[in-house]
Design a protein around this ligand. Structure first.
Ligand SMILES: [Zn+2]
Length: 250
């Protein structure tokens, strides 16, 4: 068991929350019960995940994508009202960590992706503080081979824009929607850039600069940080923990 305030304080420090400028508040977004024994984690605080947390008797829900994004309508109606009501009525704390959870060197999405995909990180890139990683593949591959490698480990075939060299050795990766770092990967001389999702202009950037572009799934690339963080908290504070994967094809 841990108190809510101890848990939020611990996470604030562990994830260096003050070091990031983000599009949402990082930390306690919805206040629930003061004592936490059962933790549910998941990628996005959607209604099915909240229902699973209610079902499991969760005291806290830990997510990567929470609420209150910059520019969103500042009213509690519709979908947002239903989500908040379910949390509040059931006294469930909502803890959300966005960029700090992409970047963390151990529990972060990009560190966990490196481990899952057996990439060998050599440095960081993308943003300030940097949230992406770059390094080497475990072996030289072609685009098809890398696509199969990723599909097997993420359980989802990536969208591939094959525009780089036939032998791929260097790789830059950043989970989620990180196409804005594509040119930085080009400038670093990477053979391939892997992110979660991209939009149309990125295809032409990749083709005209001659770098492979992989969109491996926003959800699929961001399962592993929150899962690892939940497991870490469970072990450290003797909590019950359930990671719930509410699948998203995007
Ligand atoms: Zn994301």
């Amino acid at each position: 068991m841990i108190t809510r305030d101890e848990l939020t304080g611990y996470l604030h420090e562990l994830l260096d929350v003050d070091g990031f400028q983000d599009g949402c508040p990082n930390g306690l977004q919805v206040e629930g019960t003061g004592e936490i024994r059962c933790l549910v984690s998941g990628v996005t605080a959607n209604l099915p995940l909240i229902e699973a947390a209610v079902e499991l008797g969760a005291d806290a829900l830990l997510v990567h994508h929470g609420y209150f994004w910059k520019g969103e309508e500042p009213v509690v109606v519709g979908m947002k009202q239903r989500r908040l009501k379910r949390l509040l009525v059931n006294d469930i704390n909502l803890l959300a960590y966005h960029l700090p959870l992409d970047a963390h060197p151990v529990h972060g999405n990009n560190a966990r992706l490196a481990s899952l995909l057996e990439f060998l990180p050599e440095g960081t890139f993308g943003g300030s503080p940097a949230i992406g990683l770059w390094g080497r593949l475990p072996a030289t591959m072609d685009a098809r081979g890398l696509s199969d490698w990723i599909a097997e480990r993420l359980g989802r075939a990536p969208l591939v824009i094959p525009a780089g060299p036939s032998r791929i050795e260097t790789v830059a990766w950043c989970s989620g929607a990180a196409q804005s770092y594509l040119v930085e990967a080009v400038q670093m001389g990477m053979d391939v850039f892997i992110t979660g999702e991209v939009s149309e202009p990125a295809v032409h950037v990749a083709r005209e600069y001659g770098i492979h572009l992989f969109a491996a799934g926003h959800h699929a690339t961001e399962r592993y940080g929150v899962m690892a963080l939940g497991e870490h908290l469970a072990e450290r504070f003797a909590l019950q923990h359930h990671f719930i994967d509410i699948d998203s094809p995007l």
